[in-house]
Design a protein around this ligand. Sequence first.
Ligand code: PD2
Ligand code: ZN
Length: 389
Amino acid sequence: MRTFDEVLAAAKAGDAVSQDLLAQAMEQMGRLDEALSWWMEAAKRGHPGAHAKLGLWQLVGFQIPQNIAQGVERIHAAARAGDDLGLALACVVDSGGVGVERNLRQALDWLVMAAKRGDPRAATQLALLAGLEGDVGPMSQAALAAARAADFEPARRILNGARVTAVPVNFDALAAGADLAAFEAPRERETLSEAPAISIVRDLLAPELRTYVTALAEPALKRGMIVNDAGGESVEDVRSNRVMHFGLADSDVVLELINHQLAAIAGLPVENGEGLGVLHYAPGERYAPHVDYIPETPANAAHLAARGQRVRTVLVYLNEAFEGGATEFPRLDLKVRPPAGSVLAFDSVTPAGAVDPMTLHTGAAPTSGEKWIISKWFRTKALRPPPRP
Ligand code: PD2
Ligand code: ZN
């Protein structure tokens, strides 16, 4: 182990690995200006991890001016060099269509590269995409067992104690067997209310995908924030449940496939979606009556102009082992509790785009058991880079 002073001296002497290390330490301490300049130095010397990080920041315009094309280019270069962060981000960029035309085959190639480098999250995704049944099932299970052995909790939960036959894992074969069409199939919608529009789509997410999303989110759950009347975000008593929001840096191929499915159900561009949220309610925890639209107050005007109005919400029920815990619309006298894997979608505005107070709703507290859902809010404006034309 080198001391901080030794790393600093090496960084100043031009060692890119030390510059990257120092940048990471600065980021952890919240000293983002210094992190940025060390990553710039390391990138000048060709450090792939520094390119990946700068690429992400350029893609979203964080700390440096937004430059989508250059951000994507840096991320792709880092991925080609085999950098872990570069590969993870390239998976998101290509499967999500973030600043590039969506390219699922390319995303699978990155995923295979990452899995071969020993990334258990990549191996788990390939297993999920190839499926746990049929000819490729035993190989998928073996890939999950390897990810479990690397302490990747979602893989352990998906296997759920299953005995796994030791077969050799060929990640290229898993990628070739990936069933992406399952994520693209059009879905039937059942209308629960015409105005405001509320509907259900059944059987969207298979159990192993629900387990995966839940297990990924669980370690990162935090008390939820709401947009307050002053246009800021704050923790309020209106919600006592906990939530994890997946941003670009936390996303992956499976989550991007889900994001695209939810956008298709919302009928809005995927880039208009806020980060995929996973909500957890312990018994007695609730999301008190609220509307999802942003109140159109003068204090919110700047926020609304920049980010657009929240017009549609898509919820996916992730489990069933709880009592109570419905989504309730008291002004419509409607309580909905879709089965696990099914979607509840509703508008927060009228067809003309006016905010609709009738959409007031509640996440009722489970009286026993724990409730898990995905929640995704869609806006009138793009929140992340659209695919390049
Ligand atoms: O968990 C729910 O049922 C719920 C209820 C109300 C979620 C949301 N709102 C939301 O995410 O906006
Ligand atoms: Zn809500």
